[in-house]
Write a new protein. Structure first.
Length: 186
């Protein structure tokens, strides 16, 4: 059973990151989401650009599989999603309300003690926008203007972590998420 499902095109940089951590992983084309033949995963990663048709064809599949993604998290999985890289996006396919506004640039964040703040490797990350969390999400990290760049929401036994940080997640974060998550079907 792979630990991580990465939804989108194969990425050698993510592949190297997962291999360095000793984490088992599977790259999933968006078209296979919802297949009854998929194994259980502890973590699902949806990379930057998932809603931008110039980079990805993932959004339509996420919208179709909304209930399966919710069930995955509810059963104990950790869903990690990055910025959609479109001018604005409402994450209507998530079970908790979240909105995104695109605005590229470096940000300055203050470290916090929140358990998933380890997603960042730096206090000056590059971001592709900011997040407006709705009920169920808490802001983990804000930029210098008080806008959320990392949010987390508990849903059932699992967690949704969303970020507009335009960088790879830190190894520490992936290890944290895998230790926290329970294997779940998508």
């Amino acid at each position: 059973m792979p630990d991580i499902a990465f939804i989108g095109e194969r990425s050698f940089l993510f592949e190297k990151l997962f291999q360095d951590l000793g984490a088992s992983y599977q790259f999933l084309q968006p078209s296979v989401l919802g297949s009854p033949f998929l194994p259980q995963y502890k973590m699902v990663i949806i990379p930057t650009g998932f809603a931008n048709p110039q980079y990805s064809k993932t959004l339509a599949s996420l919208q179709r599989q909304k209930s399966r993604l919710a069930d995955f998290v509810k059963a104990g999985g950790v869903l990690t999603v990055f910025g959609p890289v479109v001018p604005e996006h409402n994450f209507e396919w998530l079970p908790l309300p979240l909105r995104y506004i695109c605005e590229y640039g470096p940000r300055k964040v203050e470290p916090t003690e929140h358990e998933c703040s380890c997603l960042l490797c730096t206090i000056t990350p590059e971001c592709d926008g900011y997040l407006i969390p709705g009920e169920g999400f808490e802001t983990v990290l804000e930029d210098e203007r008080g806008r959320a760049v990392l949010v987390a929401g508990k849903y059932g036994r699992g967690m949704i972590v969303a970020s507009s940080v335009h960088e790879f997640p830190a190894s520490e974060y992936i290890l944290w998420a895998l230790s926290k998550a329970r294997p779940s079907r998508m």
